[in-house]
Design a protein around this ligand. Sequence first.
Ligand code: UDP
Length: 423
Amino acid sequence: MNSTTEKRIALISVHGDPAIEIGKEEAAGQNVYVRHVGEALGQLGWQVDMFTRKVSKEQDPVVQHSQNCRTIRLIAGPVKFVPRDDLFDYLPKFLDSLLQFQKANDITYPLVHTNYWHSSWIGMELKKIQGSKQIHTYHSLGAVKYNTIEIIPLIATQRLAVETKVLETAERIVATSPQEKQHMRSLVSSQGTIDIIPCGTDIRRFGAIERQAARSKLGITPETKLVFYVGRFDSRKGIETLVRAINESQLRRSKNLQLIIGGGSTPGNSDGIERDRIENIVNELKMNDCTIFTGRLSQEILPTYYAAADVCVVPSHYEPFGLVAIEAMASSTPVVASDVGGLQFTVIPEETGLLAPPQNVTAFASAIDRILLNPEWRDELGKAGRKLVETKFSWDGVANQLAELYTQFLEQPVTKEAALLTQ
Ligand code: UDP
């Protein structure tokens, strides 16, 4: 048995480049997921090629992460950033480039793990062309997302159709939480096979520094009551709810209350516009004294911020998984999150944090206050959160579960029937 050929996988992530800086528009959870899964699989001896779209001339076409794991940037349309909703037309080009790469390198991927709906289309085409088996992770479901936004984009019909087809035809769908699986069943299709394998986090990096050490590194006093948010500037993330909740906090008039909002943005882009909107609300509420916008936080400095915080807030209107919640818990910091989606799976109310109805400012304010006003309970919640992440959400554990799943399919021969299924 030739293990090198047998343990080969392509991770496809058309818009979520696993090799770029995290924390700006359209670069967050999916990028982190693909990169960590790829690297962990590489450690397990898999030959991992992660395919994404090249978006600037300066980007290297290939980034080698480790001996077995690399990112390959394919040319598909203009070599510049294209918003997700405009990417569909470039998918045939992406497919052509991938096929050319295979030919030039004498590789045929027997198995592809696709991420987000665009990539699922590529996976379904590869199945037709060469019988590749397909595992798919949605990262976000159009059927759920379109229920939480006011303006439905033109691409919606196409997206919903592709999302249904991949559920019905992929060898396996990976849902990252039972809540996501339930949404697939109730809103997408009753056909297809779904496994639940969560997202993970780096339990060695998050949790390596203690609260007081982290605070002195960041110049934050021990008395400060520190509330922390990190994530993209996107109205779905509910930052407005958090800002208004801090304004309603019982500690609002205390000099010690501090809100830190982390996350990158580009002026004029959608995240820059959202950041301006949030800054305007902070100004209107006269919260400038107690609010800091840090900009993008690198993955290197992030563990220090999580550890320094008394509470991390994830106020999303909808969240398929929500890496931030498990990163905070891995750092022994309790989480106050919206009672939606994957957050209902990762945050155990009264044990590792609290859940509040999305967009409910008063409920968020009182949940945050309960933790800020009781440091002993904060520590208990933090400890329990760390334990939960160690047992359920480490990348190594996640990669092991995925590797087991992949192995099942690599051991099955490629059949013409499988290829015909998607036609
Ligand atoms: N992130 C980061 N720096 C930032 C903002 C976000 O490293 O300035 C990371 C964060 O640590 C997490 C990811 O981006 O790993 C966000 O993932 P999540 O699942 O919470 O949300 P998404 O953006 O995918 O909806």
